[in-house]
Write a protein that binds this ligand. Structure first.
Ligand code: SF4
Length: 242
């Protein structure tokens, strides 16, 4: 991506990377041709995070990793190659939704005819403007094995708002049957319909994804959930911008 420095006063957003077209690797649109806008910063710090370069200043030089870019440049790069779907990811992208550049980005992508998916950890409720954009939400609440404290990773108001939007699916990263049971407990507590749940096997290489996929598939099906994968990991491993 071209590095363009822009003043914070313009319609800008803090970006880690914009790439594609590639494929959506997770959730109900797995395999769909898509580009990604990865925004900087996160309000959690999951132990197994595979995009820690967007938020972890103890391991990465965030001044080199993140750039404030004009929204028109972000949108132009995301729409290059006519991907059809643009996934806004992070980090935690909903941390940016009160910046003017956020709605400009959503409007620009929608006007160009792109479908939008926002990948969120489910701790921040979408604003009225975000909901009005027509974006769909891939919400991934974090379980105990993330290492995040319960009161940080589970925010009932945000989960309820996402469920009530009617445009969210809930993706749980699981390594084994106990994780699937924990996901089941959560969704029953917050009234999330099982048909909107995808169980995604944890793993940063094909071997782990398959190993965990085999461990979680049966319990997921028993609970009435869908079973997902990490297609980008199966195809390209840890390679970035895939
Ligand atoms: Fe990483 Fe997502 Fe957890 Fe944030 S919420 S630390 S981006 S896995």
């Amino acid at each position: 991506m071209t590095t363009i420095q822009a003043p914070a006063t313009a319609d800008t957003l803090v970006v880690s990377e914009v790439f594609g077209p590639t494929v959506q690797g997770e959730g109900p649109t797995t395999g769909r041709r898509a580009s990604f806008v990865r925004l900087g910063g996160c309000n959690l710090s999951c132990s197994w995070c595979d995009t820690a370069y967007t938020w972890d200043s103890s391991r990465y030089d965030l001044r080199a990793e993140l750039r404030r870019l004009p929204v028109d440049a972000i949108a132009a790069r995301a729409l290059a190659g006519s991907p059809g779907l643009v996934v806004i990811s992070g980090g935690e992208p909903l941390m940016h939704q009160n910046q003017p550049g956020w709605t400009v980005l959503l409007d620009t992508l929608t006007s160009a005819g792109a479908d939008i998916e926002v990948e969120t950890n489910g701790t921040i409720a979408p604003t009225t403007e975000t909901l009005a954009s027509g974006a769909r939400f891939n919400c991934s609440p974090k379980l105990t094995h993330s290492g995040d404290p319960l009161d940080k990773r589970i925010r009932p108001d945000a989960l309820t708002a996402l469920a009530e939007s009617g445009r969210a699916i809930f993706k749980f990263v699981c390594s084994g049957p106990d994780d699937v049971d924990e996901a089941a407990e959560l969704i029953h507590r917050y009234g999330i319909p099982p048909a909107t749940v995808w169980i995604s096997p944890e793993g940063t290489d094909a071997e782990q994804v398959l190993h965990h996929g085999k461990a979680v598939a049966e319990p997921a099906i028993r609970h009435g959930f869908n079973v997902g994968t990490r297609l980008h990991t199966l195809l390209w491993g840890k390679e970035r911008r895939r």
